[in-house]
Design a protein around this ligand. Sequence first.
Ligand SMILES: CC(C)(COP(=O)(O)OP(=O)(O)OC[C@H]1O[C@@H](n2cnc3c(N)ncnc32)[C@H](O)[C@@H]1O)[C@@H](O)C(=O)NCCC(=O)NCCS
Ligand SMILES: Nc1ncnc2c1ncn2[C@@H]1O[C@H](COP(=O)(O)OP(=O)(O)OP(=O)(O)O)[C@@H](O)[C@H]1O
Length: 273
Amino acid sequence: MLLLGLTGSIATGKSTVSSLLSSPPYNLPVVDADKIARQVVEPGTAGYKAIVSHFGPSTPDLLLPATSENGGEAGPRSKGRFLNRPALGRRVFGEGGEKERKALNGIVHPAVRKEMYRQMIMAYLKGNWAVVLDVPLLFESGWEPLCGTIMVVAVRDPKVQIQRLRERDAHLTAEDAQNRVNAQWDVRDKAERCLRRGEGAGVVVWNDGDKDDLKREIDRVMSVVSRGHPQWWAWLLLLCPPLAAASGTWSYVRSWWIKRQWEQEKKLEKAKL
Ligand SMILES: CC(C)(COP(=O)(O)OP(=O)(O)OC[C@H]1O[C@@H](n2cnc3c(N)ncnc32)[C@H](O)[C@@H]1O)[C@@H](O)C(=O)NCCC(=O)NCCS
Ligand SMILES: Nc1ncnc2c1ncn2[C@@H]1O[C@H](COP(=O)(O)OP(=O)(O)OP(=O)(O)O)[C@@H](O)[C@H]1O
């Protein structure tokens, strides 16, 4: 089964692309890291408790006010009030928030990883030829070598990204929006790194145009991906687990090597400056 890593930067269009990939003619299952990251911090979970104990004392508005609609003071099913995500976002993306962001990632990411592995195994057992891993921080969090193919959704013009982000999340000020963009690598760097993996193993969906342009881009890149990973190959891997293990190991080692070369090049470039 092909692990198709879908990434980009905030508001470049990953969710829009993943919903196209999960619809006909592709019908691919999607493992959505953002969605899982919300589930693992719902009231009552270990993630929720850790966030409340770490951020509660320094963030007075960490929990949403109690109303009859959201379950009152004790929250839904008496498990606590919901997290105030915009407030937590300001805390971890605002100026000097890097340390706090690391702390939040340390709480949320292990639980996300565990649930992602579970969903990937389910998709494999159902005989899918590919599964989409929608992971905003795919490169930053080291998931890259696991993916047979990486698809980066990118925009060439940074203004388009900020504009779409602010239109979608109206509560963000211009500064909040810029801070969120700055919390990730530049999406054009991600696109370049992705293409370095070679045809079929790294594809970029350019999303500066309208939604019809985006659909055409998806058709174009998906034909490249399917050429590199035909369905008969997926069936062969499913029927022959040792071949699947060998193929997965080869893909991992190759991606790891490309990642290492890239990091060394970037270090050299920095040293020259
Ligand atoms: C800080 C939080 C509460 C803000 O919630 P909010 O509902 O406003 O944003 P949402 O979760 O929808 O994320 C929107 C986008 O922000 C970006 N983003 C989210 N978390 C991070 C992070 N830790 N670092 C960099 N970018 C991030 C991603 O592009 C994501 O798609 C939330 O983003 C969070 O819990 N982040 C930590 C978990 C995480 O890393 N999630 C990303 C996928 S694992
Ligand atoms: N080609 C397009 N034309 C116009 N609007 C678009 C296009 N692509 C995406 N959008 C809009 O831009 C916004 C951001 O897109 P989307 O939510 O898919 O991004 P994302 O990368 O998943 O964001 P996040 O990292 O925050 O999860 C949405 O409101 C979406 O409808």
